[in-house]
Design a protein around this ligand. Structure first.
Ligand code: NDP
Length: 297
């Protein structure tokens, strides 16, 4: 039977350590502030943003809540970003994706001040990550690093296989695994939709990160004994529940769990860690901008 890696528990430890750092900042009259900007056609985005705001409030982080009409011109969004960039009381900016089709998301990201880009998606922050001196690590892969650390998984010298090469999960995850730094030093393979013989690659993994967005497609035949499986996927599938759907990962838990060493559940694995690491980056941003050193977990 595999160990279940409990993301809620690790996230809660990180949040409580961050609460101490927020207190220390408050003692020096610094209140971290995250601005969330919502202009998203995806109905789930509103829920995500309110969850992020609630997380902040619980920790004593202030929030600014900005909402734009879906048909507002892109220039309105750019003006909001410019205003937040220039506001010394705002430490962190998050523009919830996706944005409407008439807005170029790339331009949105490029307009955010990299010092306030707590998603870590600005090209300057991505460049720093790849170069080996990250400023803000993107929240999901950073959360996975923290989960592995909490589980006592040493990545050094291990074979890490990442399924998915997205800008927000797969690519930064692979970059963190290859860093010459703690949580890195892994020999890393990145798989995607054009990968031949995927199962052959995933069976080689000491650490397997599944981030393809395909419900339960990693099954028991694709893993080996001893593998640590991190399931990033959050997929809605029709189900006979009150809501008419349920959330499943990219991993077929039933067939994979008996075969591997450790595994994250969905929900309750990577998801809470992503949320915790946004708080981490917001506290870090405030510390950097104020010059007040605080401990980060
Ligand atoms: P994307 O759709 O942006 O990327 C998916 C990646 O998986 C692509 O690189 C794609 O390849 C690859 N892929 C798709 N199908 C296959 C396949 N059959 N075999 C191999 N590779 C495949 O997704 P995201 O990275 O944004 O998200 C992935 C999943 O993680 C989603 O379920 C998402 O909801 C979830 N997620 C969860 C988070 C959390 O906090 N738990 C945070 C962010 C995302 P190609 O590049 O060739 O198209």
């Amino acid at each position: 039977m595999a160990d279940r890696i409990d993301g809620n528990e690790v996230a809660s430890e990180i949040r409580s350590a961050l609460a101490d750092s927020v207190e220390r900042l408050a003692d020096a009259d610094e209140r971290p502030t995250l601005a969330t900007v919502l202009m998203s056609p995806d109905p789930a985005s509103e829920t995500y943003v309110s969850m992020k705001q609630r997380d902040c409030e619980e920790l004593g982080i202030q929030t600014r809540d900005i909402e734009l009409e879906l048909d507002a011109p892109a220039s309105d969004l750019f003006d909001v970003i410019a205003e937040l960039n220039g506001d010394p009381d705002v430490n962190a900016i998050l523009v919830q994706s996706p944005v409407p089709d008439h807005v170029d998301y790339r331009e949105v990201i490029e307009r955010i001040d990299p010092e306030k880009d707590v998603d870590g998606f600005h090209p300057e922050n991505i460049g720093r990550l790849v170069a080996g001196y990250p400023r803000y690590k993107p929240c999901t892969p950073h959360g996975i690093q923290k989960l592995l650390e909490a589980e006592g998984v040493d990545t050094e010298g291990k074979d890490a296989v990442v399924v998915g090469r997205s800008r927000i999960v797969g690519k930064p995850m692979a970059n963190l695994f290859i860093q010459k730094a703690p949580g890195g030093n892994a020999t890393t393979t990145v798989c995607h939709s054009r990968t031949d013989n995927l199962a052959e690659k995933t069976r080689q993994a000491d650490i397997l990160v599944a981030a393809a967005g395909v419900p339960e497609f990693i099954d028991g035949s694709m893993v080996s004994e001893g593998t640590v499986v991190i399931d990033v996927g959050i997929n809605r599938v029709d189900a006979d529940t009150e809501k008419g759907y349920e959330l499943v990962g990219d991993v077929d838990f039933e067939s994979v769990e008996p075969q591997v060493d450790a595994i994250t559940p969905v929900p309750g694995g990577v998801g809470p860690m992503t949320r915790a690491m946004l708080l981490y980056n917001t506290v870090k941003a405030t510390s950097r901008q104020s010059g007040i050193d605080v401990e980060l977990p």
